[in-house]
Design a protein around this ligand. Structure first.
Ligand SMILES: NC(=O)c1ccc[n+]([C@@H]2O[C@H](COP(=O)([O-])OP(=O)(O)OC[C@H]3O[C@@H](n4cnc5c(N)ncnc54)[C@H](O)[C@@H]3O)[C@@H](O)[C@H]2O)c1
Ligand SMILES: [Zn+2]
Length: 404
């Protein structure tokens, strides 16, 4: 008889969630929010709690009242169980467990159950934190997201993961849970500060570089309007970026990232580290732009990317108004090591032991490496420092022969 016996068991769970694009989601004439919430059980009344990013609530005066009026107008289907709740906007809400904990207390007090719905309106940070709280309460309360930043509409808000930061590390705790639905209200972007309109475009550049050279060309053509924060162009960019991200999440066979590969995380190993190192002075999108600049410069130095393509991409990032440099790149640990390089180690831990870094060999051509040469990374940072010290045109890898 064999010393052990057993069998494999398994099941597959299909997930479906709608992602809509609209304008003025809280106008009573627009039934979309109600339709998304009641789509599975049209006959019953749905208990719901609305959580608002406080910066959005401040910038969009009257939003909470508009939501109340909306729920009254659809009173047959929607029951607002409390006044809309405010949470601090920005990364602060992910840096302190008190915020998700307060929400859990509230869910408990008002008796939300697994068939209730939490609606969250805000930037990517607030969406991550509130989605996390909803995911762990009763092992999962439905969450409807209305992202209000370019980055969240184009990338994080339509994604299937949520998290908060812990131990000074980005996204240290979180879960993989698809949203009940996502409604991208383009009109919500009008109050977004200019800095955030620009920062969010970096994820669109990223996904264009990974998946769609045509979209990269569109971004080049529209770079001046993107730099100006033109909401009409942003609306097109958000939509295409969201489609590309969703196509990847739903089509690549590993939506919950069980393997170590992280194909959408181009530029992110350094970005996450820079965000922590700068105590989030850098926006996620800005850190991603710098992280991509580092990986592109590294790729030229390691011979996998040609200088002209690298220069073309850096030109686009600059034309949009995204940063290619931050002095934090030069910070050293007490051992004298460049601190950002520790990001490789943290990325490896986050992935589960083996490093997988996505690089590009051309626009639309990504590939993975399982090692990064730390000497070449340091050299790449030195090159970037020289480039940052000069006017961009002189180091655009053109006739003047700037270093890669
Ligand atoms: N879950 C994922 O898959 C995923 C993917 C990418 C990024 N993220 C996370 O997303 C976060 C970044 O999100 P972000 O770029 O949206 O930044 P953010 O949420 O920090 O928002 C930026 C600022 O704008 C404010 N704001 C948001 N919408 C506004 C509006 N319409 N009008 C006025 N002010 C507004 C916010 O309160 C905040 O102060 C990071 O924490 C990042 O880790 C998550
Ligand atoms: Zn990102």
């Amino acid at each position: 008889m064999s010393p052990a016996s057993g069998s494999d068991y398994g099941f597959a769970v299909p997930y479906r969630f709608p992602v809509h694009f609209t304008r003025a989601a809280w106008e009573p004439g627009n039934p979309l929010v109600a339709d998304v919430i009641r789509r599975l059980e049209p006959a019953r009344r749905h208990r719901m709690l609305v959580v608002l990013d406080d910066h959005v609530a401040r910038a969009q005066v009257g939003l909470a009242s508009a939501i109340r009026r909306y729920c009254e107008a659809y009173g047959n289907s929607l029951e607002l169980v409390s006044s809309p709740v405010l949470v601090p906007g920005g990364e602060a809400c992910k840096n302190d467990l008190a915020h998700p904990f307060k929400l859990l207390e509230l869910f408990n007090e008002i008796g939300l159950d697994r068939q209730s719905c939490v609606i969250v309106v805000g930037g990517g940070a607030v969406l991550d934190m509130v989605s996390f709280a909803a995911a762990i309460a009763h092992r999962g309360i439905r969450i409807l997201r209305l992202p209000t930043t370019v980055l969240a509409q184009a990338d994080s808000g339509i994604a299937v993961k949520n998290s908060v930061n812990l131990f000074g590390k980005k996204n240290f705790i979180g879960t993989f849970v698809p949203p009940f639905g996502v409604i991208n209200d383009i009109a919500a972007l009008t109050t977004l500060p200019h800095r955030d309109k620009v920062a969010g475009v970096s994820e669109a550049v990223k996904v264009a570089l990974l998946k769609d050279p045509g979209f990269f060309g569109d971004l080049e053509m529209n770079s001046a309007r993107l730099a100006a924060g033109d909401v009409d162009v942003l609306s097109f960019v958000v939509r295409r970026s969201a489609e590309l991200h969703l196509g990847h999440i739903c089509g690549n066979g590993d939506p919950f990232e069980l393997g170590s590969a992280r194909p959408l995380d181009f530029g992110h190993w350094a970005a996450h580290k820079l965000e922590s190192m700068t105590s989030h002075r850098l926006r996620h999108g800005e850190a991603v732009a710098i992280g991509m600049a580092l990986d592109l410069t590294y790729s030229v130095a390691s011979g996998v990317l040609d200088r002209q393509t690298c220069a073309r991409i850096l030109r686009l990032l600059t034309a949009i108004g995204l940063p290619l440099w931050d002095d934090a790149l030069l910070e050293r640990t007490t051992d004298g090591e460049l601190a950002v390089i520790r990001g490789l180690q943290e990325f490896r831990e986050h992935l589960g032991g083996e490093l997988h870094i996505t690089l590009i060999g051309g626009i639309g051509r990504s590939f993975e490496v399982t090692e990064m040469d730390e000497v070449l990374v340091s050299n790449a940072i030195a090159t970037m420092a020289r480039r940052a010290a000069q006017p961009f045109a002189r180091v655009s890898f053109g006739a003047a022969g700037g270093a890669a």
